[in-house]
Design a protein around this ligand. Structure first.
Ligand code: AGP
Length: 362
């Protein structure tokens, strides 16, 4: 059928879409660059970001996880306070809003009903909204004041991969553009750094055998799994756990390394798989400590670290990239490991049970 043609030589859309990520990064660089090689962004969006005293990011699932990374990027780079919220909660449990809020809706499909419900309410209150989406002309794009496109190409697999990294890349570009609008001096060129990310992604896409081995060793038979990390790594762990859950049906949890000892460590038994991310210099020592704590209780640990922070025994060492952008590369092994775990467990990778690609009911 037609979908086989689109998959080309790939057995699944998910694997194809994982592999497309370096190209998506380069596409984003081209789309958000002017003839002089500088950032190119809509003047109205720049003005709206400059005007905002607080940004509210609204999204669901993987897009929400990208929003958490986006919050960190916008706060650190553009010095604007940001809250990231799950759409279905926000609509019924709205926080006290700032005086000049700007709402950013992140949605691959642009059709997610939970997010749309918030957009309707935000407009009723007279606030401005920007939608970041992969589908120009989608409902969330049409109904918001402004749109930024992801340029990731159609994402078919239910498990979102390339949209997540595209969302983070576009949020980084938006953060830098907003910083410049506010006269903040930066020594971070997002287009250059994204080009480095694209190359790093390619390196990781070539390590599929190792990811398959990790999946086989750690996840082929287990009933649960934990992903631990701190700072930006924690956000990626939330995404890693969601990815694994939705396509392999393994009960998985993403956890902040330091929070384990406050309860969750009770779940660690002999052989419990714990995959740890260590890409953040300022928390490297503490996450290493958390890995030792779970290993001492019998966990079977796998550390994915970043060049410069690695220790003997780490299973994957990611190429070094700018600290702001580590989620763009650390998520990639997680996506591949989930993919192979699902294969080993004979799951329907592209169409997991009980799920739809876009959730158009509240
Ligand atoms: C991702 O793998 C999920 N299938 C899901 O969480 C998804 O990200 C969520 O439903 C939001 O979709 P959207 O980005 O199209 O709004």
């Amino acid at each position: 059928d037609a979908s086989d043609i689109e998959k080309g030589t790939y057995p699944h859309f998910m694997l194809k879409e994982i592999d497309e990520q370096p190209f998506v990064m380069r596409n984003i660089i081209n789309q958000y660059q002017n003839e002089n090689g500088d950032l190119k962004l809509d003047d109205d969006i720049r003005a709206a970001m400059k005007e905002a005293d607080r940004v509210y990011i609204i999204a669901c699932g993987t897009s929400y996880h990208a929003g958490l990374v986006g919050k960190q990027l916008i706060e650190n780079i553009a010095n604007i306070p940001v809250e990231a919220h799950i759409a279905s909660e926000f609509v019924y449990n709205m926080p006290l809003l700032s005086e000049k809020p700007l709402f950013i809706f992140i949605s691959q499909s642009g059709e997610t009903a939970d997010s749309r419900a918030v957009l309707v309410e935000v407009k009723r209150l007279g606030h401005k909204a920007l939608t970041i989406t992969n589908v120009p002309g989608s409902t969330l794009s049409r109904e918001a004041n402004y749109t930024l496109n992801l340029y990731a190409g159609p994402e078919i697999a239910v498990a979102s991969t390339k949209a997540y990294t595209a969302q983070i890349a576009v949020l980084a570009i938006l953060a830098v553009d907003s910083a410049r609008a506010k006269g903040i001096e930066l020594d971070f060129n997002p287009l250059q750094e994204l080009a480095i990310v694209a190359n790093a992604m390619e390196v990781l896409c070539d390590q599929k055998e190792e990811m398959e081995k990790i999946a086989r060793e750690f996840l082929a038979v287990t009933r649960n799994a934990f992903f631990i990390g701190r700072a930006a790594d924690f956000y990626v762990c939330l995404e890693a756990a969601l990815k694994l859950k939705e396509i392999s049906y393994i009960q998985a949890e993403g956890f902040a390394g330091g929070e384990l000892k406050h309860g969750t460590i009770a779940l660690i038994e002999d052989g419990t798989p714990v995959i740890a991310l260590a890409t953040q210099e300022h928390v490297n020592l503490s996450i290493r400590g958390n890995v030792k704590e779970v290993a001492a209780r019998g966990a079977y640990t796998c550390v994915i670290s970043m060049d410069g922070l690695q220790e003997e025994g780490d299973r994957v060492v990611l190429p070094k990239i700018h600290p702001y952008l580590t989620p763009l590369v650390s998520v990639l092994p997680m996506q591949l490991i989930s993919y192979y775990a699902a294969l080993h467990r004979d799951c329907d990778v592209d169409k997991p049970r009980n799920l739809a690609k876009s959730v158009t009911v509240e």
